[in-house]
Design a protein. Structure first.
Length: 319
């Protein structure tokens, strides 16, 4: 329950206040539930259910181990790091990522091996071989996903923007790939750089393992979710509470919100002038929930604009 919202500086505040609604918990994690979670604002504000730990496996420099060894701690030679090599169907594969138990791939990042060596070294030379990326799920000897390392997850093959895209000669994917028992990712050429961020679900979590048939069946839903991610709907304007005022230096103004169980769905702040960029650092936003201060932040930092006004638009935040 939020009871007070306070600002220090010159401002206009619009706070939309609506009752909390708890959506029914999903009994099983599927591609469809994960897609819908991407645009569920209420769920983002709650502890995850089912529970999970966020983990990452990457090509980090293995000599970076402890701050007590400054030379090793700042080591940054990521290229050529992997878990092991193994033989699959008569071919050599480099294992980049491996997880046992239920999980979901949330984000992948891989550079274009044909360009990255030249970009990093500043020298021209023969580009590296592209190779094939394979994603094995639940111990199946046949990959659930397979394709050119850079092209498989860059939004040009099995998915489209915003679930995958190219970024600075790199491929970025946000396609959720769930599995029930385990995941292994390999390449059939020596890897350069990679990042795989995934959920490690608590034991006993029920998960429907990803298949290409699931991806095809979710085509219309992915189009709907993708459109929402690119052009978010405005939050419903229920029970608005606003204040338009001029605040003297070193003073504050507050908005008292109703008692009971509620949730702040929209918070908008418009300053009288942005001529002095320092105003976004001088104006401080405080939010007190149930008598406990949980937010104390310069308004520019709270909205992600920093010093001054720098317009941008995202799924949950607009400046």
């Amino acid at each position: 329950m939020c009871r007070r919202l306070l600002m220090t500086g010159i401002m206009m505040v619009l706070c939309l206040w609506v009752p909390v609604t708890n959506s029914a918990q999903e009994s099983i994690v599927t591609l469809e539930t994960l897609l819908n979670e991407m645009v569920d604002r209420d769920k983002m504000a709650m502890f995850p259910s089912p529970e999970y730990r966020l983990r990452q496996q990457s090509s980090y420099d293995r000599s970076s181990k402890t701050p007590s060894d400054p030379k090793g701690w700042f080591a940054n030679r990521d290229r050529g790091n992997f878990i092991r090599t193994e033989a699959n169907n008569g071919r050599k594969e480099w294992v980049l990522m491996e997880h046992h138990g239920a999980g979901t791939m949330g984000r992948t990042w891989m550079p274009d091996p044909r360009i990255t060596p030249m970009v990093l070294s500043g020298r021209r030379g023969a580009p590296a071989e592209l190779g094939t990326l394979r994603i094995y799920l639940d111990g199946n000897p046949e990959p659930a996903l397979e394709g050119p390392t850079y092209d498989l997850l860059n939004g040009t093959t099995i998915t489209s923007y915003p679930f995958g895209h190219k970024s600075l000669s790199s491929a970025v994917s946000y396609l959720p790939i769930p599995w029930a028992k385990g995941c292994k990712i390999t390449m059939d050429v020596e890897p350069q750089y990679y990042i795989f961020t995934y959920r490690d679900y608590a034991e006993g979590t029920k998960v429907k393992t990803f298949t290409m048939d699931d991806l095809k069946a979710a085509e219309k839903e992915m189009k709907r979710i993708g459109d929402l991610l690119v052009s978010p709907d405005d939050a419903p304007e229920n029970s608005p509470h606003s204040r338009n005022t001029t605040i003297a230096p070193k003073s504050e103004v507050s908005i008292e919100l109703p008692a009971g169980t509620h949730a702040v769905r929209t918070l908008s702040v418009k300053l009288g002038s942005y001529d002095d960029p320092q105003v976004t650092r001088s104006l401080v936003l405080r939010i007190v929930f149930d008598g406990q201060e949980t937010v104390w932040c310069p308004v520019g930092d709270f909205f992600g604009t920093g010093v001054g006004l720098h317009p941008f638009k995202g799924w949950y935040q607009t400046e």
